[in-house]
Design a protein around this ligand. Structure first.
Ligand SMILES: [Zn+2]
Length: 117
């Protein structure tokens, strides 16, 4: 049996993306207890990969929504993106954090998409 674990993410503004987390192979002749279901290591890997996808997508969604100026609704450019890390219950997860350029209308920029350092 071959098992593929995918996660589908739909943002609050309606974009959907699918990510493959892993593929697991379980030959039908191997039914010893260690080969039934997920191993602890596989389970941890699946959760860590899921966490990485969730954090990345949440950071992207926050960034996208904050790129619209609250006063003039202009779509703001990015200064750059940097790798940040957040500690979660499933391990430390790196993600790309964007810095947004302030709007020429003078509205103070909203806080960045940075979740944690
Ligand atoms: Zn503006």
């Amino acid at each position: 049996m071959k098992i593929t674990i995918r996660v589908e993410v739909t943002t609050d503004y309606g974009e959907t993306a699918t990510f493959e987390i892993c593929k697991i192979d379980r030959p039908y002749r191997e039914l010893e207890p260690a080969k039934v279901g997920l191993s602890l290591a596989e389970g941890k890997d699946v959760l860590h990969e899921l966490q990485k996808i969730m954090v990345a997508m949440q950071a992207e969604e926050v960034c996208m929504l904050r790129r619209f100026c609250t006063r003039c609704h202009r779509f703001l450019d990015l200064k750059d993106r940097r790798i940040r890390k957040v500690d979660t219950v499933f391990g430390t997860v790196p993600f790309r954090s964007a810095r947004i350029i302030c709007c020429p209308c003078g509205t103070p920029s909203q806080w960045s998409s940075r979740i944690a350092r």
